[in-house]
Design a protein around this ligand. Sequence first.
Ligand code: AMP
Ligand code: MG
Length: 412
Amino acid sequence: MTDLLSVEIALAHILDAVNPLPREPLSLTEALGRVLAEDIVSDINIPPFANSSMDGYAVRAADLAGATQQAPARLQVVMDIPAGSSPDQTLMPGQAARIMTGAPMPEGADAVIPVEQTDTNWRAGEDIALADHVSIYRSLQSGDYVRPAGEDIHTGQTVLQAGTTLRPQDLGVLAALGQAQITVIRQPRVAIVSTGDELVDVSEPLAPGKIRDTNSHTLAGLIHNIGGIPLRLPIARDTLDAVRGMFRDALDQQPDLIISTAGVSVGTFDVVRTVLNELGKVEFWRVNVRPGKPLAFGQVQGVPFFGLPGNPVSAMVTFDIFVRAALFKMLSKTDDAETVMAQTSEDIKSDGRRSYLRVQLHHENGQLIARTTGTQSSGALMSMVLADGLLIVPEDQVMVPAGTQLPVRLLR
Ligand code: AMP
Ligand code: MG
């Protein structure tokens, strides 16, 4: 086993070779899912002014002391404050102002009585004349039904931090602060290259000896989910000219990263290896991991390059371990992959390499149980379709008895 590269050393080498991408300005309307490149500090209070949380009457709470259904307080109505207006009078003792939800509180008022708790009633859409007086059936505390200025966000508050992947609610906060234009990290452009005489495109019929290219589709999905832009290239045949042409086409896309699948296991695919040696500097590694032992990494005309194994599960697992980390570094983000501890439900034999087994998770008597999803063949994509996560069997373990606690990396 000593000639195998550890996962950690391989990863350290990869992270050393990739750099964070530059930032770019972006309209807020385009920003969902993008990575914020700067801290956002509010220069205003939200709400900007104290306002009513109900349709009702703005009052001085002291005027309602002791008011009940039987002995209502009676106040003079002196103002009408619809939403969007700005009251210009101060409310004096004994006075009330009709006020709508979201409208600014007038000077002098400190509480709002909802209309349902008065002797007036407004029906939606009707323009009801303002009554001279209102009877109020209960008392209030100062501040009731009032949203103070800055209740949500105060001036000087950091509302979002650099590195945040923007969600719908984050866009809302940016809009509240007037940030029509923000600064985000540029999305990594990732060229995906499938090679193999046996491969046909999804839209082509199968012929004897042929299989459909699945890797370019699973990888495109993985790249998209991390926030990259997948650039799928047509399948290249196993000839030097075809593979050279494909790498040239990939480079024409001005990618930040190139990923190929298949042809990295020693001796299988000399054309890819030959072309890589012409165009760049690529190392062929044997990593202490299963599935996915053969892995190539380097650069092709200055662009970081991964040569992943061809088997569909191996390609996905090595993407998850190695490429994902590289893309997170490019996006200046910390990896948000989640790991939980679970108890194995069966005896597991391993070969001493660090193994990523596809498992389903379920709860049993308050314990999380991991059960393997049938065949663990590195070509069996259904093991990934059925899996909730990847159970990690550490290196140097050849027998894991049922009931062992091991980490499971969740697949989302
Ligand atoms: P290789 O790494 O070339 O030895 O390929 C290993 C296995 O993965 C073979 O069974 C290939 O047919 C299969 N394979 C290679 N590329 C793809 C692909 N793009 N989609 C699906 N299977 C593939
Ligand atoms: Mg092959």
